[in-house]
Design a binder for this molecule. Structure first.
Ligand code: ZN
Length: 474
């Protein structure tokens, strides 16, 4: 639904982005009615679905009862790829939530390092610094993301962590219920407070790791996610009918999944560069924009999420983003197509994704193998060697040999703490191109009275403190 009230608000926000107006200036001397127009709320919902293969969505959840289909019918869908970047959750969600790739943010595994988000502020930080009046919320059942939203000096307003529950599906059901409650809560919004909500579900990734992307369990997870999405979209329609405010919705995933399991209960799942692992997607429904509903864009990227969210909320973009705003970037707008059959068009786009060049594939594979050692050391101490043996046994060209090499490294690491091992792995990742590009924008200013940041690991690397350790494994 698009109202005049909403249209005027969008125009005002566009003016703010262009630097032609200010919020304070816009209010001076205006009538009550005009003020209401200017203060109409903007709501942006980012739905994160971990480890979802779009090919499986189209196969199992492209019926009218699925929220995937509803979302695609209401917005623009694009296949996307994370090729040439580490296909692990920590690196990819960091890209989604900072707007830069891993050669900048330097996240190479799933062990949370808060200093990353001081250098590369998250979408939460950027909103809370520039427009603290916007209500920001995260609802997630992966603690890493709740930690990310709390990192930096301008953390999220509402940080809601959902526990594992009886099952991943049960936990995602709780995320869905809380997300719906948060959406419906905006019906009671007398001050027209704008909001950004990030809602994250993970059952597809759990099913992929335990049973593989080609399993019936993965199929069921995709169907469940479609049901959850449908309920969330219905809640948005319900609240729109009350307030007249339109919502912008972004739906994306961080990586896909391999189709077969390597070891029972311990699938590698993802982390390497096969098309099933690197394929992603973005569904974007922009508030007030209905003309392109049900169509396709050939140039969406997961790095575009943060710039898009910021521009929708009238927050200035960083100059060192890798992503762009899907609302106004000319390259993106020129990549819009209206296929005869969206499902077929998306499958065709997916089929065009291949492997990166061999050098990148080897480097990224080794980064994943070494980065996984401290992660598994943290999670399942006894399973590291099993994990590496699984890769070695899989006979992946060159990567399997690297896994055998990593088993030797793992033996060397034996007895060291997770922190020390992760620092060593970080050194290796850095040598392989992770986090090598520094920000060109200044860091967000420290709030008055706050303590100095601790030096980043990158600073330690620059100082040469890590040289001896990384040389041992080089
Ligand atoms: Zn993931």
């Amino acid at each position: 639904m698009t109202t005049i009230k909403q249209f005027l608000c969008s125009a005002a926000v566009a003016g703010l982005v262009a630097g032609t107006s200010t919020v304070a200036g816009a209010h001076v001397g205006m009538s009550k009615v005009t003020t209401d127009w200017m203060l109409a709320a903007e709501h942006v919902l980012l739905i994160g679905l971990d480890g979802v293969n779009l090919s499986k969505v189209l196969e199992y959840a492209y019926g009218d009862d699925s929220g995937f289909k509803t979302a695609m019918d209401q917005g623009v869908t694009g296949t996307a790829t994370v090729i040439n970047h580490t296909t692990l959750s920590g690196p990819s969600w960091s890209t989604i939530l900072t707007g830069v790739w891993d050669d900048k943010h330097g996240v190479f595994n799933n062990l949370f390092r808060p200093e990353v988000y001081s250098q590369w502020p998250s979408v939460f930080n950027l909103i809370e610094y520039h427009k603290p009046e916007i209500e920001t919320t995260i609802i997630s059942n992966w603690e890493y993301l709740n930690q990310l939203a709390d990192a930096g000096n301008y953390p999220v307003d509402n940080n809601i962590f959902v526990s594992a529950g009886d099952s991943p599906a049960d936990s995602d059901g709780q995320v869905t219920a809380l997300t719906i409650a948060q959406i419906l809560g905006t019906a009671d919004n007398p001050d027209d407070i704008s909001s950004f909500l990030f809602s994250y579900q993970s059952q597809a990734d759990h099913a992929g790791h335990e049973f593989a992307g080609g399993s019936e369990e993965y199929m069921q997870a995709i169907i469940n996610l479609g049901t959850n999405l449908q309920q969330i979209l219905a809640a948005i329609a319900q609240v729109q009918a009350i307030t007249g405010d339109d919502w912008s919705i972004l739906i994306t995933t961080d990586h896909g999944h391999q189709q077969t399991v390597t070891l029972p209960g311990l699938s590698i799942g993802h982390g390497f560069q096969s098309p099933n692992e690197t394929s992603s997607f973005v569904i974007f429904d922009q508030a007030g924009k209905d003309a392109t509903d049900g169509t396709q864009n050939l140039n969406f990227s997961i790095a575009d999420m943060t710039p898009t969210i910021l521009s929708l909320l009238g927050v200035p973009l960083r100059s060192d983003f890798d992503g762009v705003s899907l609302t106004d970037d000319p390259t993106v707008l020129n990549s819009h197509v209206t296929p005869v059959n969206l499902e077929q068009a998306l499958l065709s786009a997916l089929a065009m994704y291949g492997y990166p060049n061999m050098g990148n594939e080897i480097e990224l594979g080794f980064r994943t193998v070494v980065g996984s050692i401290p992660y598994f050391l943290d999670k399942f101490v006894t399973q590291i060697d099993q994990f590496l043996q699984g890769i070695a046994d899989q006979d992946i060209f060159l990567i399997s040999g690297l896994a055998e090499c990593a088993q030797v490294i793992n033996g060397f690491f034996g007895g060291l703490t997770v922190d020390v091992t992760n620092t060593l792995a970080h050194g290796v990742a850095y040598l392989l191109g992770s986090g090598v590009i520094a920000p060109t924008d200044a860091p967000l200013p420290l709030p008055p009275g706050s303590a100095e940041f601790t030096p980043s690991v990158d600073a330690l690397l620059d100082s040469g403190d890590l040289f001896d350790a990384t040389a041992l494994v080089g």
